[in-house]
Design a protein around this ligand. Structure first.
Ligand SMILES: [Zn+2]
Length: 195
């Protein structure tokens, strides 16, 4: 049996065309939510960094007892801090040893030989932002960059200009390293053993 509606039926008997989705009028509250969402999406698109910052959880606050003085200190973590601070909270710590740190850049491990000894895999050029809120060096009490040149060998505390200087120095060094690479490729090509 066909579902086709005969064309000659009076208008009043014709079923309404089926809609894939029934449109409804948004309520005032729905409309407000939609407008807020649209405005936020627009701001996020224009300011991706701001969107990232807004998306981050609020900084953690915690306290610890200074083992040297017995005083309790309040700490508000550096935004993005990845240190758990469980040990400091549970056991106390000397205030100068408190530090917050953001996640380090991805690791680069390369075999490095020191003093003619067999090479060890060593982590190179990791960077993160740190804050040591009770450090005797005041420059470390504010957010600063730390560049781990080689395991346990740091350049810090770096302010933005300091970090830029490190980056420019490394860029210049990489440029020279590329030139050395091109020279090596050329020399190896010249001296290739032909059979
Ligand atoms: Zn922290």
């Amino acid at each position: 049996m066909s579902n086709t509606v005969p064309a000659d039926l009076p208008r009043m008997f014709r079923p309404e065309p089926k809609l894939s989705a029934v449109p409804t009028q948004p309520t005032g509250r729905d409309r407000e939510a939609l407008e807020t969402k649209a405005a936020q999406a627009s701001v996020d698109a224009q300011f991706p960094l701001a969107a990232q910052l807004v998306a981050e959880p609020a900084p953690r606050s915690w306290s610890f007892v200074d083992r040297r003085t017995g005083f309790r200190h309040e700490v508000t973590c550096l935004p993005g801090c990845v240190v758990s601070h469980e040990r400091e909270i549970a056991l106390g710590v000397v205030a100068e040893d408190v530090w917050c740190m953001t996640a380090e850049t991805d690791d680069v491990w390369l075999p490095v030989s020191t003093g003619g000894k067999p090479a060890d895999e060593v982590r190179l050029l990791a960077a993160s932002i740190r804050q040591d809120p009770f450090d005797t060096n005041l420059a470390k009490r504010v957010p600063h960059a730390a560049v781990e040149v080689m395991e346990d060998s740091f350049i810090e505390p770096l302010d933005p200009d300091g970090l830029a200087t490190v980056i420019l120095g490394l860029e210049a060094q990489l440029k020279q390293m590329r030139a050395v690479h091109a020279q090596l490729v050329e020399l190896r090509a010249q001296n290739r053993v032909e059979l």
